[in-house]
Design a binder for this molecule. Structure first.
Ligand SMILES: Cc1ncc(COP(=O)(O)O)c(C=O)c1O
Length: 439
């Protein structure tokens, strides 16, 4: 595989950007090697600067549910650009996207568009604090909510603890407004709530945690969250930046039939353009300015080009059978991989939901908490990632990241991918039996 051009571009990028990238995971530090500089995407394929092509399972980390360069989206973007790219005044396109979403979604009544998932979550937290007049937030170890100061925290020692910032630059005074509890642990949440119930504004969770492996929660646990928060007048925030419009048009709320108080979105909602959003009941959203006293604004919020892209993509998602078809192709793909792994006695499990999947090198039947992931298993992922690149399959460059299947991943392509992944698994397990993966 040729890599000279990507290497040259990366050398140059290092002169401009910290670590040579504009978002850390892109630097390939978890898997080693040089990040590939992508020139073009078409359907489920990406092509890099050296002319190598790959079946892409990263899909821009989730937004591209129709695949790359989908004609339906591209045409609407081009059409919108021809009328100007930004006005800082309302446009009809905001109404159109909002109407499309709200008329097909039973769990939110009003919405506000922003420009990223991080911004959506940051605004949702402020809204929850504004509505309740309380300061504290509970989050779960192993859930990621963007680079919001108060949520870039990890647990200290103990069952439910005030957060310790997981990034430099976040004052202790901010971190201590967040309580961190383990996923799938009712007792820990009960303790946190009984200790601080009158000060807790919200519990925030990725209902389908997909940023630290795919830590699928039991439906009964998510229902427990709903019940306990309601009982204590604490708002429940579903961060659906990944799961929203992915596991169904109504996201995890619809999948599990749970009514959260606030839902955040990003990724798919923008059709590959920078869009985030948060939504809730009319009553809760009435607290947002200019109607209410919770301030939140954005120069490029509701950008017409991005709205057009989102509208085009979500219209396709609403076609009958869209999600069932996505899920069916994903299940077939995952089943073939699991069958191969079992037949060979490998400890690889592929977990999935909707069109999200994750390679877990584990002997456990279910992985629901971040501390159930063995960090050493990432050595196997490194070997697999490298081997797959050489065979023409691109996975996000970290074993903690999930993969995505788009509408452009046909059954034929997926069968080809299964074959290549199985070959790579053989490389992984022959390497590990020779001790090569012990780093
Ligand atoms: C669940 C979740 N919330 C929030 C974010 C932040 O979104 P963005 O990267 O658009 O700021 C992400 C990003 O991956 C995410 O997965």
């Amino acid at each position: 595989m040729k890599i000279e051009r990507s290497e040259e571009l990366f050398r140059k990028a290092n002169q401009f950007f910290p670590g040579g990238v504009n978002s850390p995971v892109r630097a390939f530090r978890s898997v080693g090697g040089t990040p590939l500089f992508i020139e073009k995407g078409e359907g489920c394929t990406i092509t890099d600067a050296d002319g190598n092509s790959f079946i892409d399972f990263c899909c821009s980390w989730g937004p591209l549910i129709l695949g790359h360069n989908a004609a339906a989206v591209r045409e609407k973007i081009v059409e919108a650009v021809a009328s100007g790219t930004s006005f800082g005044a309302p446009t009809r396109k905001e109404n159109e996207l909002a109407e499309l979403i709200l008329t097909n979604h039973r769990y939110i009544e009003k919405i506000r568009f922003v420009s990223s998932g991080t911004e959506a979550v940051m605004s949702a937290i402020r809204l929850a604090r504004g509505v309740t007049g309380r300061p504290l937030i509970i989050k779960f170890e192993g859930c990621y909510h963007g680079h919001v100061d108060s949520l870039l925290v990890k647990a200290g020692s103990g069952l439910s603890t005030f957060g310790i910032s997981s990034s430099a630059g976040i004052p202790e005074s901010v971190a201590k407004d967040t309580i961190v509890v383990p996923l799938n642990d009712r007792r820990a949440l009960e303790i946190a709530i009984s200790d601080f119930s009158h000060d807790i504004a919200a519990v925030i969770i990725e209902p389908i945690p997909a940023n630290n492996g795919l830590l699928l929660q039991e439906e009964s646990y998510l229902k427990f969250l709903r019940d306990i928060t309601r009982k204590h007048d604490i708002l429940l925030i579903f961060d659906e930046v990944i799961s929203g419009f992915r596991v169904g048009f109504e996201g995890a709320a619809g999948y599990y039939n749970i009514q959260p108080d606030i839902i955040t979105y990003g990724k798919i909602i923008g059709g590959g353009m920078p869009v985030g959003a948060y939504g809730a009941s009319k009553e809760i959203m009435s607290h947002i300015s200019p109607e209410g006293d919770v301030y939140q604004a954005g120069t490029l919020s509701g950008n017409p080009v991005a709205m057009a892209a989102g509208f085009a993509q979500l219209s396709e998602c609403l076609q009958p059978g869209f999600y069932a078809d996505q899920e069916a192709r994903t299940i077939a793909f995952v089943n073939q991989l699991n069958q191969y792994s079992t037949s060979k006695g490998y400890d690889l499990k592929v977990f999935s939901i909707g069109s999200i999947f994750w390679f877990a090198f584990t002997s456990l039947d279910a992985v629901r908490r971040s501390d159930e992931i063995d960090p050493n298993s990432m050595n196997k992922f490194r070997v697999m990632h490298k081997s797959l690149l050489e065979k023409g399959v691109y996975l996000g460059p970290s074993g903690y990241e999930v993969g995505f299947i788009s509408a452009a991943h046909s059954t034929n392509i997926l069968e080809r991918a299964v074959q290549l992944i199985c070959e790579s698994l053989d490389v992984v397990y022959s390497a590990s039996s020779e001790g090569i993966t012990k780093i």
